[in-house]
Ligand binder design. Structure first.
Ligand code: DLL
Length: 433
């Protein structure tokens, strides 16, 4: 079954892709103008009518939409279809303020699942595969999205949801799971647990589709080694449907954005100016085919860059690099920008596992910066001299990457709590005051 690998779409010429985007954007702008008073007011305030948007070249004229708009419109204010045409919702895990609720018509669900099916086929999935979905089910989009995509491809789908690691490993070995879908931090934990249980040799996994949080190339290599698989990235967000906005192909070098459904831009987060290809900035998406909850120029806060370089897989859709994190995950410590992904990459490079926690505080007007890091079992020691030597080595490597000094505290293996979904890496006590 190859229906969900669609070369006529995924390998279309740039002209063809632009033609689809032009036509769909114009239609989408008219749809929100006609059906969402909040959007109409926003466009009017910018002096725009739908006639001003004649093609995707006019996209930059439209005002941005932010999470604050979504919160202001909670719950039904951005709905562009009557409720009786909507079939479900999903919601973000938002830690502050109101949650964001996204709505789907059956058409929206179908297109979303098509995108996830493309992602599964891009890692070599076929109806022969056993797809083990260990993303959370429920309000989170991970479980539902990959589950739907896996059904469409015709794979045997195991709706495991997250947690209960022993049961995950038991099903994985008993049923011969071949493709694992979960967050990268949970994949790393599953690898560690399989090794401890002596099950690594019994696994039939060949590929993993991991996303929902930022992860580094070093972490990719670590997971590939521990599970004996190829690890692929997948990106998405609830506001735009969920996973499958973009996905990696066999090249494992960036994620192809489903450009027949989404238009991507990179902007300077401070000025809103659109940046040229290859420059790093904030990702902005416009959904051009969604009916119930269409978003125009939605600011994701994800820091990333785009490339149109030719891909060896033949797909022509623009690729996004691994997001290095969210602008709101970026810490400013003693005036320096620090992303957790930079710390993760140093730890893995130095032979430490990606189990760490960053604690930032402010004492006497100076930022304190502590990192708790687990020792891998093979390096574990409680000899003070050896621990101090390892800590010094990490402090130096971190300083070379970040330009500032962190206090590193090495801890016993397994002493930092593992995550079954998105990992919580930062405790910024400065925000609590
Ligand atoms: O995390 C959807 C998803 C589920 C994606 C399963 C991939 C796999 P939200 O909970 O709304 O949706 O969170 C969206 O997560 O803005 C990014 O900051 C982050 N994120 C998602 N995928 C990646 C990724 C889902 N591959 C937010 N790399 C986004 C880095 C990611 N960050």
């Amino acid at each position: 079954m190859t229906k969900y690998y669609q070369p006529e779409i995924e390998c279309a010429s740039r002209e063809q892709i632009k033609a689809w985007q032009d036509e769909r954007l114009v239609k989408q702008v008219k749809h929100v103008w006609d059906n969402v008073p909040y959007y109409r007011a926003k466009m009017e305030a910018a002096g725009l009518t739908p006639e001003d948007i004649k093609s995707s070249d006019d996209l930059h004229k439209l005002p941005f939409v932010t999470k604050d708009d979504l919160r202001e419109c909670y719950p039904y204010g951005l709905l562009a279809k009557p409720l009786d045409e909507c079939v479900k919702i999903h919601s973000t895990s938002g830690t502050t303020g109101k949650r964001v609720v996204a709505f789907y018509t059956q058409h929206d669900v179908d297109l979303w699942e098509d995108c996830c099916a493309r992602a599964i086929m891009a890692v070599g999935g076929t109806e022969e595969d056993v797809v083990h979905v260990a993303y959370g089910y429920g309000l989170f989009t991970g479980g539902a999205g990959l589950n739907g995509g896996s059904h469409k491809v015709g794979c045997l789908t195991l709706p495991m949801s997250s947690g209960n690691t022993d049961r995950q490993l038991q099903f994985m070995t008993d049923l011969g799971s071949t493709i694992l879908c979960c967050t990268p931090s949970y994949a790393a934990y599953l690898g560690e647990s399989a090794k401890e249980a002596g099950l690594t040799d019994k696994l039939k996994l060949k590929a993993g589709i991991f996303g929902a949080e930022a992860w580094t190339e070093e972490m990719r290599h670590d997971i590939e080694k521990s599970l004996g698989i190829k690890a692929y990235d997948i990106y998405g967000l609830t506001e735009l449907s969920g996973p499958g906005v973009s996905f990696e192909c066999e090249a494992q070098k960036g994620m192809h954005i489903n450009e027949d459904h989404f238009i991507a831009e990179i902007i300077n987060p401070d000025t809103g100016e659109v940046l040229p290809e290859g420059e790093k900035g904030e990702l902005v998406f416009t959904s051009i085919t969604k009916e119930a909850f269409p978003l125009l120029r939605y600011r994701t806060k994800d820091i990333c860059m785009l490339t149109r370089e030719k891909c060896s897989c033949g797909r022509t859709h623009v690729k996004m690099a691994k997001p290095m994190g969210r602008s709101d995950d970026m810490m400013i410590i003693r005036g320096v920008n620090v992303f957790p992904s930079q710390i993760e990459s140093v730890l893995l490079e130095q032979g430490f596992p990606p189990n760490y926690q960053i604690i930032v505080d402010r004492v006497n007007n100076t930022d304190t910066f502590d990192i708790n890091v687990e020792m891998p079992p093979e390096k574990f020691t409680d000899t003070v001299r050896e621990v101090t030597a390892m800590e010094k080595q990490l402090v130096a490597a971190l300083k070379a990457m970040l330009g500032i000094v962190a206090k590193v505290h090495l801890m016993a293996p397994k002493s930092i709590q593992r995550s079954e979904g998105k990992a919580v890496r930062i405790i910024d006590k400065r925000k609590l005051y």
